[in-house]
Structures are given as C-alpha cells and as structure tokens.
Design a protein. Structure first.
Length: 135
C-alpha cells in the first residue's frame, strides 16, 4: 500500500511538474510573442521614421536643385545681358574709330591734294620760267 501511495504521490508530483512546466512554457511563449510584437512595433516605428527622413531628404534635395537651377538661370541671364551691353559698346567704339579713320583719311587726302597742287604749281612755275628763259 505504501508503494501504491508512493506511486500515486509520484504520479501526482509528475502531473504537477508537467503542469508547472507547461505553465512556465506558456509564460515563456507569451513573453517571446510579446517581445516579438514589441520588436515589430519598434521596426515599424523606425521604418516610419526612416520614410519621413527620406521624404525630408528628397524635399531638401528638390529645393537645392530648384535653387541651383534658378541661380544658373539668373547667372546666364546676367551674362547674356552683360555680353549684349559689351557688344553694343564695342560696336559703338568700332563705329567711332571708323569715323575717326575716315576723317583722318579725308584730312590726309586733302593735305596730299594740296601738296600735289602746290608741287604742280611749283613745277608749272619752273616750267614757265624755263620756257621764258629759253625764249
């Protein structure tokens, strides 16, 4: 009988041990599931944060690109305006130089004509003097 009590007590102990093991296993499983859900929430939160960061980075990049484009358009417009101004100034200076050259050429032509006429008059006078002496 004692052996029967002992077996029964051992069986009850084994049952209690199995229940405790199952309870501990269920607690660990729930804890692991809760830990997994917590990590999944953290990952989802980090993904949301990462997406916000990516969107902000894209927005900033777009702003920088637009600013650079605007600045380059402004630089090009200024360069074209400056080039047009310098071209007009150069053309005006060229026209002034051409007019000066024409004026100087006219003066040189007139001076040369006057000198040629003077030389021609001198030569005529010399020729008349020679003819007069010869006669």
């Amino acid at each position: 009988m004692d052996a029967l009590h002992l077996i029964r007590a051992a069986a009850e102990f084994a049952d209690a041990l199995e229940r405790d093991a199952q309870t501990a296993s269920a607690v660990q499983f729930r804890k692991a599931e809760e830990d997994l859900r917590h990590r999944e929430r953290e990952i989802a939160d980090k993904e949301v944060e990462l997406e916000k960061f990516r969107q902000e980075s894209e927005r900033q990049r777009a702003e920088l690109v637009n600013a650079a484009r605007s600045e380059s358009r402004e630089v090009i417009a200024n360069a074209q305006r400056d080039a047009a101004t310098e071209l007009r100034e150069a053309e005006a200076k060229g026209a002034r130089l051409l007019e000066q050259s024409r004026h100087q050429a006219t003066e040189l032509t007139n001076a040369t004509r006057a000198e040629v006429e003077q030389t021609l008059d001198w030569a005529r006078n010399q020729a008349n003097a020679i003819i007069a002496r010869a006669q």
